[in-house]
Design a protein around this ligand. Structure first.
Ligand SMILES: [Zn+2]
Length: 91
């Protein structure tokens, strides 16, 4: 059996295979991005592909704490847009 890396959703704390989670990364330049490949440099946090986790996870203070960076309103808009276009379409 091939070993799959596992990560924890920052909201529900469920441990899942890395590919079943979506990574949010603060890049070394301070930008917050969605990293579908899971390979971008920077400090990352993981969220499941569940609307409820995204809705709870997309809080400025919470993300700022997890990513150890100030998440700007612009960053939040990008993340909310991803929730709207990608995550909501999964259900
Ligand atoms: Zn979750």
């Amino acid at each position: 059996m091939k070993h799959q890396p596992q990560r924890t959703c920052l909201v529900c704390r469920q441990v899942k295979e890395k590919r079943d989670l979506i990574r949010v990364v603060r890049t070394p330049s301070g930008q917050i991005i969605i990293d579908p490949t899971g390979k971008a440099n920077g400090r990352g946090a993981y969220l499941c592909r569940q609307v409820s986790c995204w809705q709870k996870g997309l809080q400025k203070e919470r993300l700022s704490r997890v990513l150890k960076a100030t998440v700007s309103m612009k960053d939040m808009a990008i993340l909310r847009d991803y929730l709207q276009t990608e995550i909501l379409n999964l259900e």
